[in-house]
Design a protein around this ligand. Structure first.
Ligand code: UTP
Length: 191
């Protein structure tokens, strides 16, 4: 246990990629705004942040991503219209979108890669620990993966990353880590 760990309060969500592997669906609609059941993918990530104790989400956006900002910005005119029509539940749902957590925006002018996108959030993050979520990755579980990661961070001496096992035929498509075989602490391995 490292007692001097600062709490993780901020999350960086890089959403400035081009999403070329999902064309033509992503030509005009950001990949992160594609719906999964009744809400866009990015909303699951923001809700996961909230459920994991995160207080501020920093989106790293790029050109053509204004829909993401619009999704999490209050829309009093739409709320009023829904209320006028007696759709109070829908109006509440729309209002809550801008209140899940505090959001701020950093800009990545050119899609220079994931690492560069995270770097673009540097001044908004400041000197404190933060978590990075990729909103196009879904991890199902009874507890959010982000909460697990934050817990693992509190127990470890360095940065932590969530990984999954892949079969040999997928290795060439993935970033691969080598881990020490013996884990003294359950699912926490030294990379
Ligand atoms: P991906 O590796 O899925 O890249 O990014 P991509 O550009 O979105 O999609 P392809 O490869 O063209 O199909 C993982 C996450 O990192 C963000 C993406 O928006 C996505 O959330 N990203 C990627 C950036 O913010 N900036 C980049 O330059 C690249």
């Amino acid at each position: 246990m490292t007692p001097d760990r600062k709490p993780v309060r901020k999350a960086v969500l890089p959403v400035a990629g081009l999403g070329t592997r999902m064309l033509p669906a992503t030509k005009a609609v950001p990949k992160e705004m594609l719906p999964l059941l009744d809400k866009p993918m990015i909303q699951y990530a923001v809700e996961e942040c909230h459920a994991s104790g995160i207080e501020e989400v920093i989106f790293v956006t790029g050109p053509g991503k204004s829909a993401i900002e619009a999704h999490f910005t209050a829309d009093p005119a739409l709320e009023a219209l829904l209320k006028q029509r007696g759709r109070h539940k829908d109006a509440d749902a729309i209002r809550l979108l801008s209140r899940i957590v505090r959001v701020s925006f950093a800009r990545q002018e050119k899609p220079l890669g994931l690492g560069h996108a995270v770097l673009c959030a540097k001044s908004l993050v400041g000197r404190e620990p933060f978590v990075v979520l990729l909103p196009d990755v879904f991890l199902l579980g009874t507890r959010p993966a982000t909460a697990h990661l934050i817990e693992a961070y509190a127990e470890s001496a360095g940065s932590v990353v969530a990984v999954e096992s892949v079969p040999p035929e997928r290795i060439s498509q993935c970033g691969i880590v080598a881990v020490e075989e013996d884990s003294p602490r359950g699912h926490l391995f030294r990379v």
